[in-house]
Design a protein around this ligand. Structure first.
Ligand SMILES: O=P(O)(O)OC[C@H]1O[C@H](OP(=O)(O)OP(=O)(O)O)[C@H](O)[C@@H]1O
Ligand SMILES: Nc1nc2[nH]cnc2c(=O)[nH]1
Length: 180
């Protein structure tokens, strides 16, 4: 079993990199059809989504697609603080645009619903949500996800952009914490 140690915890591979590549490719293909002619603006929610956004955007062929970034943070160690801090905003005008929020993971749903709240006054034409990973059993907010790469169990994971106290974002595979 492939494992990795990050700080004080051990993790085992739970999703190989190729499986994630495949779901991102499928998502890009679907978006290329759905979003044709919409001049979409993708918003990558940093930090965790940097790798997903990069992998996805390389496969987006929609004309006039654009990407921008905002930075939010709510996790401390392995748990949500329940509060979403905005650390960096964007300057693009969302009015009458098709906006696609890019998340690495929707867990409790607190971050994504908070993001929707933050941008609602910008009067976008529509706001779609795309997430690489989704934990349905952890969701405590009512939110519609338009594109979901993969549903996963309610365990703490790292890799593919996701961190444990800043560590492990660079790992191409996804790893699940080994409970002590
Ligand atoms: O659905 P939720 O329970 O809100 O969890 C999802 C959020 O948690 C992670 O962000 P985090 O706050 O860890 O910041 P990071 O992206 O900088 O790692 C992840 O990138 C999502 O944005
Ligand atoms: N690293 C990491 N960040 C998260 N944010 C929400 N859920 C998770 C998770 O399982 N792992």
């Amino acid at each position: 079993m492939k494992t990795v140690k990050l700080l004080d915890r051990e993790f085992r591979v739970s999703i190989p990199s190729e499986d994630i590549d495949n779901v991102i490719a499928e998502m890009a293909e679907k978006m290329n059809k759905d979003l044709a002619g919409t001049n979409p603006l993708f918003i990558c929610i940093l930090n965790g989504s940097f790798m997903f956004a990069s992998d996805l955007m390389k496969q987006i062929t929609v004309e006039n697609a654009q990407i921008t970034f905002m930075r939010l943070s709510s996790y401390d160690g392995m748990g949500t603080t329940g509060k979403v801090k905005k650390l960096m905003g964007f300057t693009e005008d969302l009015k009458d645009r098709t906006v696609v929020l890019l998340e690495d993971i929707v867990d409790t749903g607190i971050t994504i619903t908070n993001t929707l709240e933050q941008i609602k006054d910008y009067e976008a034409k529509e706001v779609l949500i795309a997430t690489m990973l989704f934990k349905p059993d952890a969701l405590i907010r009512d939110v519609k996800l338009n594109y979901v790469g993969m549903e996963i169990p309610n365990d703490f994971i790292v890799g593919r952009g996701l961190d444990y106290d800043g560590m492990g974002r660079n790992l191409p595979d996804v790893y699940t914490v080994i409970e002590k």
